[in-house]
Design a protein around this ligand. Structure first.
Ligand code: PLZ
Length: 446
């Protein structure tokens, strides 16, 4: 694995975290940028390569977040960088709906081929996950001539007005930002850790509740789409019990409802499959991609059945920057990297390594209520020992400790008590073990 920036893949601290240069730079950040923007770690990054971030003080930090599940192929991956340089020298922009170019067409061909299902598919490209979700909803409504959208508890779909309405959690995403878009209906999500019964019972209970809500409170014939994350990301890596999603997809098909999988966080090899829905052989009518699609450049896609995607009139879809040629070149480089470096299998391997370490930790520390996830998308939910009450204080303390030792980890969860692991898929086993060692020290220090 080579990157252009070529940093050695090792953790190395030369100052405290944050170091003096970062402290000065963060003062400028505070002066220049809105406090509405959060910050996971208070260091300023100068370079990055694969799973290592180098800050302006010279510290090398292990990246277990991938910029929220984006640099799956590694930071500054060489195939991405090479193609970007070639493209930026050729041309930077035409607007695809003004004068088309091959990169956009090739990314759509790849999406149509890589997403599940052998039916005829078509795609569009946009700039962000939220914009892709908005377009999927627009297209589903246009196709079905229905308005209602069914979404789930604990879901996250973005920060634009429509996607805030689709997102479940109030703080920090929605507080004070309303009014929200209408015709969004929220239904229960089977969150096994907090529900009662075995997996089969939870699946049956959840399906009964969801379908009853759709039929009694909305009317199935009014529903344009069911929109679901195959594993909920920001909500806390909530994995639905086996059988839940396939049964929903069947219900959707029986009732003329478009079944949409939001694979923004789960997609592009993250879960040990190219797309998480493949785990249950599920074929969604539409699939939303972003984050990992372009190795760090802003790009997102909506891929769906050709008859759905073509139901929109000419010029009904678009946007100035959507599918920018540089982002498309990056996507082709990222997809090539996933294939050439067998990153789907690599994600599964990371899942095994992380899963083993985290379960061993759980045996020693009863505040780890659950270890869950799939592939390189793993999480631990922290509780008050002996209960299922959220332990936000422990989460914050563990994250802070890891940061101070040069390991960047991210949080999540409706109850703000989940630590999530989303490493670049090219991370070495040595770095993973090193990071897990620091995590163990963090729990020991509590
Ligand atoms: N759908 C499933 O995970 C983005 C949000 C980070 P955008 N998740 C990270 C933050 O704090 O804003 C996400 C997602 C799922 C949609 C989105 C939205 O993608 O590219 O951030 O718009």
């Amino acid at each position: 694995m080579t990157t252009v920036t070529g940093l050695t893949q090792e953790r190395r601290l030369v100052t405290a975290i944050p170091g003096p240069k970062s402290i000065e730079a963060i003062k400028r950040r505070t002066e220049a940028t809105s406090q509405g923007l959060g910050m996971a770690i208070p260091v300023v990054i100068e370079r990055a390569s694969d799973a290592i971030l180098l800050d302006i003080d010279g510290n090398q930090i292990i990246d277990l977040g991938s910029g929220i599940g984006v640099v799956n192929v590694g930071n500054a991956a060489s195939r991405v960088v090479d193609r970007v340089i070639e493209q930026v020298q050729a041309f930077t922009h035409t607007c695809f709906t003004v004068a088309p170019y091959m990169g956009y067409i090739e990314v759509c061909e790849k999406l149509n081929a890589l997403t599940p299902g052998t039916h005829k598919k078509k795609s569009i490209l946009v700039n962000s996950g939220a914009e892709a979700v908005e377009n999927a909803v627009k297209i589903a409504r246009h196709y079905t001539k229905r308005a209602a959208i069914v979404v789930f508890e604990h879901s996250y779909h973005g920060r634009t007005n429509l996607t805030m309405a689709l997102t479940a959690k109030n703080m920090p995403y929605k507080e004070g930002f309303g009014p929200f878009a209408p015709e969004i209906y929220r239904v229960p999500m089977p969150y096994s850790f907090h529900w009662v019964g075995d997996q089969a019972t939870i699946t049956a209970d959840a399906l009964e509740m969801v379908i009853s809500k759709i039929e009694k409170e909305i009317g199935a014939h009014n529903v344009a789409a069911i929109l679901i994350e195959p594993i909920q990301g920001e909500g806390g890596f909530i994995v639905p019990p086996k059988g839940f999603m396939p049964a929903l997809a069947t219900y959707a098909a029986d009732n003329g409802i478009v079944f949409i999988a939001d694979e923004v966080q789960t997609g592009f090899a993250r879960t040990g499959r190219m797309f998480a829905v493949e785990d249950e052989n599920l074929v969604p009518d539409m699939i939303i991609t972003a984050k990992g699609i372009a190795g760090g450049l802003p790009l997102a896609g909506v891929t769906g059945r050709a008859e759905i995607m073509d139901s929109v009139h000419v010029s009904g879809l678009g946007g100035t920057f959507g599918g920018n040629p540089i982002a498309c070149a990056a996507a082709l480089g990222a997809i090539e990297t996933i294939e050439a470096e067998a990153l789907v299998a690599r994600a599964a391997h990371i899942g095994t390594v992380l899963g083993q370490s985290l379960r061993a930790l759980q045996k020693k520390y009863p505040i780890i209520g659950e270890v869950r996830g799939r592939g390189a998308m793993q999480a631990i939910e922290l509780v008050e020992a002996g209960s299922k009450l959220p332990n936000t204080a422990a989460m914050n303390a563990v994250v802070k400790y890891c940061q101070s030792k040069g390991v960047l980890i991210l949080t999540a969860g409706t109850y703000s008590n989940v630590i999530r692991f989303l490493p670049p898929l090219v991370i070495t086993d040595e770095l993973l073990h090193d990071a897990m060692g620091v995590l163990e020290e963090a729990f020991a220090s509590l």
